[in-house]
Ligand binder design. Structure first.
Ligand code: NAG
Ligand code: NAG
Length: 222
């Protein structure tokens, strides 16, 4: 069994470049970002002289379209390049400025030996950076937020009378508290002023009385 596997591997190496182990690869990327779709010869020394990348949408009837080296779709031209051009057996494809439209099935294939290929599924997810512009640009979502906002405005309006009421109560209670102590304070002040006036008015009389009494006493002594 091991010798059989070894023989198979040897035969494939002998064949040249083997692009796939036939297990499909799924690459996750985010919109606006970039992705590297891996494809390389099992033997790093091997290469494919006539390699192409193809693309087709998943769950859509229709064949593959070439995207590299020629772009039949006209969609990828300026956005794709082989990453590791230095390694002759590495045909990994870099795609930048991804959009949801780029989702689908990618295939790197030896044009001269079409059974030698690898399939890569690309999934493009929306990121927070893309979802944030969307509500910003999407006027439909912004009205939906104002609507709850206006609803919240009406709800505040109902709390507003409620909040003023406590405010009014709190204001009226301090006012009553202020006015209530103010009245006795004024009364006390008036009484104190009256006492002062009375004292001031009486003191000369007392003085006179005192002088009079002292004078009397002086007379008495004399
Ligand atoms: C091929 O190149 C890409 C990008 O440089 C790298 O990530 C990948 O590991 C390479 N594949 C092999 C088998 O060396
Ligand atoms: C691949 O096929 C083309 C013609 O389609 C031919 O010119 C070329 O020599 C072939 N390359 C190899 C390595 O067989």
């Amino acid at each position: 069994m091991q010798t059989y596997v070894y023989l198979l591997v040897f035969l494939h190496i002998a064949d040249g470049c083997k692009l796939s182990d036939y297990s499909r690869i799924t690459i996750d990327a985010s919109s606006g970002g970039s992705a590297v779709l891996p494809c390389s010869c099992a033997d790093p020394q091997a290469t494919v002289s006539n390699l192409r990348w193809q693309y087709r949408k998943e769950n859509v009837v229709g064949g593959f379209n070439d995207i590299y080296p020629t772009d039949e779709t006209q969609r990828f031209k300026s956005r794709i390049q082989l990453v590791n051009a230095a390694a002759p057996g590495n045909f990994s494809l870099h795609i930048s400025h991804l959009t949801a439209e780029d989702e689908g099935l990618y295939q790197c294939q030896d044009k001269n030996q079409t059974s030698n290929y690898r399939l890569v599924t690309l999934q493009v997810k929306f990121t927070a950076t893309v979802s944030t512009p969307r509500p910003g640009s999407g006027i439909k979502t912004t009205p939906s937020t104002p609507r709850p906002g206006s609803g919240s405005k009406t709800t505040p309006s109902t709390p507003r009378p409620v909040t003023p009421k406590p405010n009014g109560d709190s204001l009226s209670t301090p006012e009553a508290g202020k006015s209530l102590p103010f009245i006795p304070f004024a009364v006390v002040t008036v009484i104190i002023l009256q006492i002062i006036v009375a004292v001031v008015y009486c003191t000369p009389q007392k003085k006179m009385l005192a002088e009079f009494t002292t004078a009397q006493l002086m007379e008495m002594e004399v």
